[in-house]
Design a protein around this ligand. Structure first.
Ligand SMILES: [Cu+2]
Length: 517
C-alpha cells in the first residue's frame, strides 16, 4: 500500500473525517473463498494517514446483520484524554449494534507519530478481515527534510480459511489440548498465494490459483531506498522477513521508537500486533526477479497443519510480477547477517520522568490451564482470573457491579502521573505477545527460560541486581506490544499519565478469546 509522507509531514494539523460502512462479503484473498468483513466494500479496510496533532473522526455505520456488533480500536495510539474512544468492548464501549452508527472522534498527540493500525476489538472480527493501516507521519518543516520519500505499508499476517469462531471453537475444546490452531495461509495487504493442492480432504476449500500477473508488487521502485512500514496483523505466528538482493534495516519499532541497527539480509521475529519500520536498500547485485520472503515462526505452531507452508514468497517488484511463476520457497535461508529484533536498543535516552524510579509494582502470572473442573478445556489466566466481557462496559458500571472475571489493578491516586513497573511472567511453553492500551512502555528486561528452569521473576522477593539476565536501563525500547517469552518474563516500565480504563491483553486472538486479559 503506497504511503504519502510528503503530503502529510509538511502540512499543518487538520481534521480528517471518514465515513465507513461495515459489511460482509465473499472474497478470495489467497485464492480460497472466505466471508470477510469489508469497509466500504474494501478488504483490508482503508488506510488512515495523518500527522501528529491531527484530529480523526471516523463515522462507523454497522450495516451487518444478525446482531453482529462492531467496535474499532486504534492500536498503539495513546488516545490521551479519549479513553471512551478506545474501542475495547467490555471496557470502554458496547459493540455498535447491527443497523446503528457510532462516531469515533479523537486527537493524535503532538509528539505522537509512527506506524499503527486499527482493528475490530469486538469478538473475533479482526481475524476475519476487520482491520487496516494507520500511519502518523512525523511533522517536518520542508519536503527535503524527509529522508526517504518512498514509503509503503505492509499489513502481513497469518490467515485462516475457516471463520475464526470455528477456529476458537476448536481451540477451546479439549481436543486442542491447549495447542494453538495452525493457520492455513498468509496474506500481505489482503493478498496471498495459496497452493490449492495443499488443501486437506478433511477441510475442502473453494480454491482458485492466484494469478501472478494481477498480484500487486510489494515495492514500486527498483532503485534507491524504500521505507517499509510492517505490521503483523496475524493472530498466532511471528514473522521473519527478507528480500532477495536487498538489505533491510530497522529504523523504528511500534509507535515511533527510533532504533540503532545495522542493515541485514533478514529481520525477525515480529509478533502479532507489533510493528517495525524497515529501510530497504537494493544491492548492486540485485536479483533479476527479486522476491519478498516471509517465514512463519513455528514456536506457537506446535500442531502440524499439512495445509500450511510456513515459507511464503511474493513478487517484490513490478518486474517480478511479469516474471516466471515460482512456488513458495521450500526454506528461508538465514544468513550470518540475520537481525534479531529482540536485540535492538533505542537511539535516545528516555526523558527524566521516564527514567525515574518506579512508584508502583504490578506482578502478573499468565498461563493457559486445562483444568478438570472446566472439562479440560484450555482457559487463559492472568493471575487467577480468566477474562470475559460483562454485558455492559466496565466504564459505565459501578465498581461493585464488576464480576469475578475482571482483574483491574488501580494505578496511582489523584491527578499526578504514576511511574509503574509491570512484570509479566509467562508460565506457558509458547510466547504471548502482550499489548497495553493507552500507553507505551519501556522494555527493561526480557528473559526466556533456559531448558528446564523456569525464568519467572518476582520483584517483591528478588532485587533487580539479583534477578536473572540483563536489564536494559540504558536506551530501552519503547513499545506498546511485546512478546513475553515462553516460560520467561518481561519487566516493563511506564508512566501512567492517561487516566481511564485501559486493557492489557494477549494479542493472540484465541488466547484473548479464552480469557487472557
Ligand atoms: Cu497468548
Amino acid at each position: 500500500i503506497p504511503l504519502h509522507p510528503t503530503e502529510h509531514s509538511t502540512r499543518d494539523p487538520t481534521t480528517l473525517t471518514f465515513d465507513w460502512h461495515v459489511t460482509l462479503g465473499t472474497r478470495a484473498p489467497d485464492g480460497v473463498e472466505k466471508q470477510v468483513y469489508l469497509i466500504n466494500g474494501q478488504f483490508p479496510g482503508p488506510t488512515i494517514e495523518g500527522r501528529s496533532g491531527d484530529r480523526i473522526i471516523v463515522r462507523v455505520h454497522n450495516d451487518l446483520k444478525d446482531d453482529d456488533g462492531v467496535s474499532l480500536h486504534w492500536h498503539g495510539l495513546r488516545m490521551q484524554g479519549f479513553n471512551a474512544m478506545d474501542g475495547a468492548v467490555g471496557f470502554t464501549q458496547c459493540p455498535i449494534p447491527a443497523g446503528s452508527s457510532f462516531v469515533y472522534d479523537f486527537r493524535i498527540r503532538d509528539d505522537e507519530h509512527g506506524t499503527f493500525w486499527w482493528h475490530s476489538h469486538s469478538q473475533l472480527q479482526r481475524a476475519d478481515g476487520l482491520f487496516g493501516g494507520l500511519v502518523i507521519h512525523e511533522p517536518r518543516r520542508h519536503k527535503s527534510d524527509i529522508a526517504v520519500q518512498e514509503e509503503a505499508l505492509l499489513l502481513i499476517g497469518d490467515w485462516f480459511h475457516r471463520k475464526h469462531s470455528d477456529v476458537l471453537d476448536w481451540y477451546s475444546s479439549p481436543a486442542s489440548a491447549g495447542n494453538e490452531p495452525v493457520p492455513d495461509s498468509m496474506v500481505i495487504n489482503g493478498r496471498g498465494r495459496y497452493d490449492c493442492s495443499m488443501a486437506v480432504p478433511a477441510r475442502p476449500v473453494q480454491c482458485k490459483k492466484t494469478s501472478l500477473s494481477n498480484f500487486p508488487p510489494i515495492i514500486r521502485k527498483s532503485v534507491g531506498e524504500t521505507l517499509l512500514r510492517v505490521v503483523n496483523t496475524g493472530t498466532i505466528a511471528g514473522l521473519t522477513l527478507g528480500v532477495d538482493g536487498a538489505s533491510l534495516q530497522p529504523t523504528q519499532v511500534d509507535g515511533g521508537c527510533k532504533v540503532d541497527s545495522k542493515p541485514a539480509d533478514s529481520v525477525g521475529i515480529l509478533y502479532p500486533g507489533e510493528r517495525v519500520d524497515l529501510l530497504l536498500k537494493w544491492r548492486s547485485d540485485q536479483a533479476a526477479e527479486p522476491w519478498f520472503n516471509v517465514y512463519l515462526d513455528h514456536e506457537n505452531l506446535r500442531f502440524g497443519n499439512p495445509a500450511l507452508n510456513p515459507n511464503h514468497t511474493f513478487p517484490a517488484l513490478p518486474k517480478t510480477v511479469t516474471a516466471h511463476d515460482r512456488d513458495h520457497a521450500s526454506l528461508l535461508k538465514f544468513s550470518s547477517s540475520h537481525l534479531d529484533l529482540a536485540t535492538l536498543t533505542a537511539t535516545h535516552e528516555p526523558s527524566p520522568i521516564v527514567t525515574a524510579e518506579e512508584e508502583q509494582t504490578i506482578l502478573f502470572y499468565v498461563s493457559t490451564q486445562k483444568l478438570a473442573v472446566h472439562g479440560n478445556k484450555p482457559i487463559g489466566f492472568v493471575n487467577h482470573t480468566a477474562w470475559q466481557p460483562q454485558s455492559l462496559p466496565l466504564l459505565s458500571q459501578n465498581r461493585s457491579s464488576w464480576d469475578d472475571n475482571q482483574l483491574i489493578p488501580f494505578i496511582g491516586s489523584g491527578s499526578k502521573p504514576t511511574k509503574v513497573k509491570l512484570v509479566i511472567n509467562n508460565l506457558d511453553d509458547g510466547s504471548h505477545p502482550f499489548h497495553l492500551h493507552g500507553h507505551s512502555f519501556h522494555v527493561l528486561s526480557s528473559i526466556k527460560a533456559d531448558k528446564a528452569k523456569l525464568g519467572t521473576y518476582n520483584p517483591f522477593e528478588t532485587s533487580e541486581s539479583d534477578s536473572l539476565g540483563h536489564w536494559q536501563r540504558e536506551k530501552p525500547l519503547r513499545k506498546d506490544t511485546v512478546s513475553v517469552p515462553r516460560r520467561g518474563h518481561v519487566v516493563l516500565s511506564f508512566v501512567a499519565d492517561n487516566p481511564g480504563m485501559w486493557m492489557l491483553h494477549c494479542h493472540m486472538l484465541v488466547h484473548l478469546g479464552t480469557g487472557m486479559a
